[in-house]
Design a protein around this ligand. Structure first.
Ligand code: MBD
Ligand code: FE
Length: 309
């Protein structure tokens, strides 16, 4: 079936459909039809795809998000992250994908406290830094949520042997914008590959490894919420991430702790200094408005063509 059929489907929308739904779903229909024709998809192949999508849902629950994982191994979340921030002004910390393991309401700790609730091995690391605006002014009260996995490669919710919210915590920047916490130097680990995302990796003959990373969500009432990760420069997978999420400016250097007896006596051996720069929400909205305006133009065009068809 030709483009005529595709146009027929695209123009079947009723009067209550929005301009945006016509634009976005119309485009989706076009691409799916083109994909299907280009690859001459048969009924058996289509059914393989239907089962694949169903399995993504069946294996997912509050603790497992296979939709994100499948997106990640296909590079989709990395692409969406880049598109979302393409119009941003420069000078603030780069974003990165959120991944499947964020949980809100992690325990609130005081600066300097540890997110390690249970000893799980690994190298204890003091992480310190400041949260500022793009001019270097401290952002007092900025909320920092951090999370990383244990050296066995499992996040707390994947691992019955870790307490709830182990290796996760919420911190608030002080008057000078400073924050600090103790965690572990993150280790490389395989993304869960016992489901549909793993099947894709196998089909593509790819490994499941992610570089050692710490996740961050940094928020403030008037600033744009930053979701990012940091990557250990010394980890070999920092150059070969199974989910394509590494950016050069969020690769960091862990150092020996140095002379900080207060933390040395708690078994801390490493240190990471990491400053975070946020940008005003207003700024982000201004630059994104241009993209929204362009989309609105496309929608107007489309509506005009549909009503004259
Ligand atoms: C992760 O831990 C992760 O951070 C991402 C982005 C994807 C899969 C597992
Ligand atoms: Fe992760």
């Amino acid at each position: 079936m030709s483009q005529e059929f595709t146009d027929h489907v695209k123009t079947s929308f009723g009067p209550k459909s929005t301009q945006k739904s016509r634009r976005v779903l119309g485009s989706l229909i076009q691409h799916i039809h083109d994909f299907t024709r280009e690859n001459q998809i048969t009924v058996d192949e289509w059914m393989w795809g239907v089962n694949f999508i169903n399995r993504i849902g069946q294996i997912s629950d509050e603790k497992r998000n296979e939709g994100i994982l499948v997106s990640d191994v296909l590079g989709l979340e990395a692409l969406v992250d880049t598109i979302t921030h393409a119009a941003d002004t420069k000078g603030h910390t780069s974003s990165a994908i959120i991944g499947p393991f964020y949980r809100d309401n992690s325990p609130v700790y005081k600066n300097g406290e540890s997110i390690i609730q249970k000893e799980v091995g690994g190298e204890k690391t003091l992480v310190t830094g400041r949260v500022t605006d793009t001019k270097g002014n401290p952002l007092k009260g900025a909320k920092l949520e951090v999370w990383h996995c244990a050296p066995n490669g499992l996040y707390e919710q994947q691992d019955p042997d870790q307490p709830e919210y182990n290796l996760r915590g919420t911190f608030f920047a002080d008057d000078e914008g400073k924050y600090s916490f103790v965690g572990l130097r993150p280790t490389a680990y395989p993304i869960p590959y016992d489901g549909p995302a793993g099947d894709l990796l196998q089909i593509m003959d790819r490994h499941p490894m992610r570089p050692g990373h710490i996740h961050w969500r940094v928020s403030h009432p008037t600033f744009h919420t930053l979701i990012t990760q940091i990557y250990d420069r010394d980890c070999k997978y920092t150059k070969d991430d199974s989910v394509f999420a590494v950016k050069e400016d969020i690769i960091v250097d862990f150092k020996p702790l140095g002379d900080v007896p207060e933390f040395a006596k708690k078994g801390v051996t490493n240190r990471l200094d990491y400053d975070i720069v946020l940008t005003l929400e207003e700024e982000v909205q201004k630059t994104r408005q241009r993209v929204l305006d362009q989309q609105a133009e496309v929608e107007k065009d489309l509506s005009a063509r549909l009503s004259s068809a």
